[in-house]
Design a protein around this ligand. Structure first.
Ligand code: RI2
Length: 308
């Protein structure tokens, strides 16, 4: 279990971060745990797998990618120990492989919306959004990217590093400069932590303000997301939990204040009315079609939840 705890700690502390990356890290961790587990009993195997899944699930509360990945890996047959072990390995490998393929496809589909000469604004650090941007660049379109810092964790610095390596012309701005530059922007592309049944987006704090600005300036707003970022449980009425992180991420020394409380929500909620399209591996869809994606791609999980 040590390795599972190690991965969990890395996810909680955000050493491993990004909705897709935490999902694949959790899948790989369950796979490796199942391979290394010393047991002769299927019952014990199941118990230990459940325990590991639970530890990983509790690391970050918002991104549905984590629970979708864990559920996909944990859906194994339990006839005998060797087949259970093998099924976990195959499920995890399939999830990781599909997730890599999805990123490529999202890039191909989403990049068609970027025209030669466009300026694209992105927020935080999303591999799905970067796939859209890098695919447009690789296809020969001359583009410029404006990246926000994304306080308090500065994921924007990771983004500019990635774009720089790809040779893409990039400008870094502070989060509050978004409105000042929006009139120069042709398209906003962001990732997703959760997309609900009605097409609402939950993504890095600041996304909703950017969407509002884009809407007011008539700038297109695209979400790039694998289908496992859609939340089946929202069909059943479940609300998305917004992670509140530690105050010290915002203000390292709060002890010198007596009447100040720091609030540090990690995500916010963007209504579907502000989203022009969602680029997924199965196509570019309007947010209103999210319900269909959940039914078609993640339907099995819904049935499971209903019977809970
Ligand atoms: P990909 C990140 O969350 C950001 O909110 C980003 O937009 C989203 O995950 C999706 O990232 P955090 O882990 O899966 O930085 O597209 O809190 O890489």
């Amino acid at each position: 279990m040590d390795k599972v705890l190690e991965t969990s700690e890395k996810i909680s502390s955000m050493e491993i971060r990004g909705a897709g990356r935490i999902a694949t890290a959790a899948a790989a961790s369950l796979r490796d745990f199942s391979k290394a587990m010393q047991t002769e009993s299927l019952e014990d195997f199941n118990l230990q797998m459940e325990k590991a899944a639970d530890i990983l699930l509790k690391t970050r509360p918002t991104a549905v990618s984590l629970s979708n990945a864990i559920r996909m890996v944990m859906k194994y047959r339990t006839e005998d120990l060797p087949s259970a072990r093998l099924a976990v390995v195959l499920n995890a490998n399939r999830f990781i492989e599909n997730s890599e393929k999805a990123l490529e496809r999202i890039g191909q589909i989403g990049s068609r919306r970027i025209r030669d000469g466009d300026t694209v604004l992105t927020h935080c650090n999303s591999l799905a959004a970067i796939s859209v941007i890098s695919t447009a660049h690789k296809s020969g379109k001359k583009i410029k990217v404006i990246a926000t810092e994304s306080r308090p964790r500065f994921q924007g610095i990771t983004t500019i590093g990635m774009l720089d390596k790809l040779g893409i012309e990039t400008e870094l701005i502070v989060d509050s400069a978004v409105r000042s530059v929006m009139n120069e922007v042709d398209l906003v592309v962001v990732g997703a932590d959760v997309i609900t049944a009605n097409g609402t987006l939950v993504n890095k704090i600041g996304t909703a303000q950017i969407a509002l600005c884009a809407h007011e300036a008539r700038t297109s707003f695209m979400v790039a997301a694998e289908t496992y970022k859609f939340s089946p449980r929202t069909i059943l009425g479940e609300l998305v939990t917004i992670e509140e992180r530690e105050a010290k991420e915002v203000l390292p020394d709060i002890s010198k204040y007596s009447h100040v409380r720091v609030r540090n929500p990690a995500f916010d909620v963007t209504p579907h009315q502000y989203i022009d399209l969602i680029s997924t591996e199965v196509g570019a869809i309007p947010p209103e079609m999210s319900y269909m994606i959940i039914r078609e791609r993640l339907g099995w999980e819904m049935e499971e939840d209903i019977s809970d």
